[in-house]
Design a protein around this ligand. Structure first.
Ligand SMILES: C[S@@+](CC[C@H](N)C(=O)[O-])C[C@H]1O[C@@H](n2cnc3c(N)ncnc32)[C@H](O)[C@@H]1O
Length: 271
């Protein structure tokens, strides 16, 4: 009986924020440490991420990555040689970025997300594919990253967002854990997006501080993460579940051609 109750608790399906699909709640226990540990056990136990292919949707040694989205062929410029510079990670695309971008496109098609005229902030945009797709889907997007990473990002926005657009895109610097530009927070964004932004233990608390600072009660956060390091993801979830309700999006709601057992998508709203 107790086992059945526990199983049902893991299968609690809810809608969170502006996302109209059903999500599996990660905050299943009152104790954030237990909730995070259970989520990691489930993900690594069921998905066995390290057994499947990584970088399946990207070519990190190429100068350009071509992706079809929103009726366009996007050409994302990359700088593979910069990847060798310590601390530089956003000079090439990562699977979770491609998957999040295609998830947004698919969700808008299904009607589970509406981005038209919505204020969207992307954190750690890197090469900018996710923000570009959100702008093509009608959002007013602000793509952000560290100050010395904005050149490639701006180039990609200019190269891909030409002609008539449903939405718009601007590029701003935003370093996690530092004072926010008030325009980013006021009015609070409808959506905050991030792909592969949970990857360094040192940055987890700064990222979380920015999420707490940036988001209002009506903000829906969508994060796509790479299942590389269980300890870092657990550390993030343990802290995040204290501030946010966290739901995992089942892969049957992702774009059918862009699924991966090495990636997870979470939706978060403030408690
Ligand atoms: C692994 S890359 C992911 C890039 C992109 N989102 C993608 O999916 O391809 C992580 C991104 O987070 C940015 N980043 C790392 N630490 C940051 C910080 N403290 N403040 C702002 N951005 C940061 C990096 O510059 C990089 O663009």
């Amino acid at each position: 009986m107790a086992e059945k109750a526990e199983e049902e608790e893991h299968n609690v399906l809810v809608e969170l924020g502006s996302y109209k699909g059903k999500l599996r709640v990660v905050n299943s226990s009152n104790d954030s440490e237990d909730s995070a540990a259970e989520e990691i056990m489930l993900l690594w136990g069921i998905q066995q991420p390290l057994l499947s292919k990584n970088n399946a949707f990207v070519a990190q040694s190429s100068l350009q990555l071509y992706i079809d989205a929103c009726g366009r062929s996007l050409a994302i410029l990359q700088s593979p040689s910069s990847l060798g510079t310590p601390g530089v990670t956003g000079s090439v695309m990562w699977d979770s970025g491609v998957i999040l971008g295609k998830f947004l496109e698919h969700s808008v098609e299904l009607g589970t997300i509406s981005l038209q005229e919505k204020k969207v902030i992307e954190l750690g945009s890197g090469c900018g594919l996710v923000g570009c797709i959100a702008a093509l889907l009608g959002a007013r997007v602000i793509l952000t990253d560290l100050p010395d990473r904005l050149r490639l990002l701006r180039k990609n926005v200019e190269t891909n967002l030409y002609g008539e657009l449903k939405g718009s895109a601007t590029v701003n610097e935003l370093t996690w854990g530092y004072n926010l530009d008030p325009d980013l927070r006021d009015p609070s964004p409808d959506y905050v997006l991030g792909s592969d932004v949970i990857y360094s233990e040192e940055a987890v608390m700064d990222l979380l501080e920015t999420l707490v600072d940036l988001c209002g009660r009506e903000t829906t956060i969508i994060l796509a993460g790479e299942l590389r390091n269980d300890a870092i993801l657990e550390y993030f979830l343990e802290a995040a579940t204290k501030e946010f309700i966290v739901g995992r999006v089942d892969q049957n709601q992702w774009h059918p051609d862009y699924c991966s057992l090495r990636v997870v998508i979470y939706i978060l709203v403030k408690r």
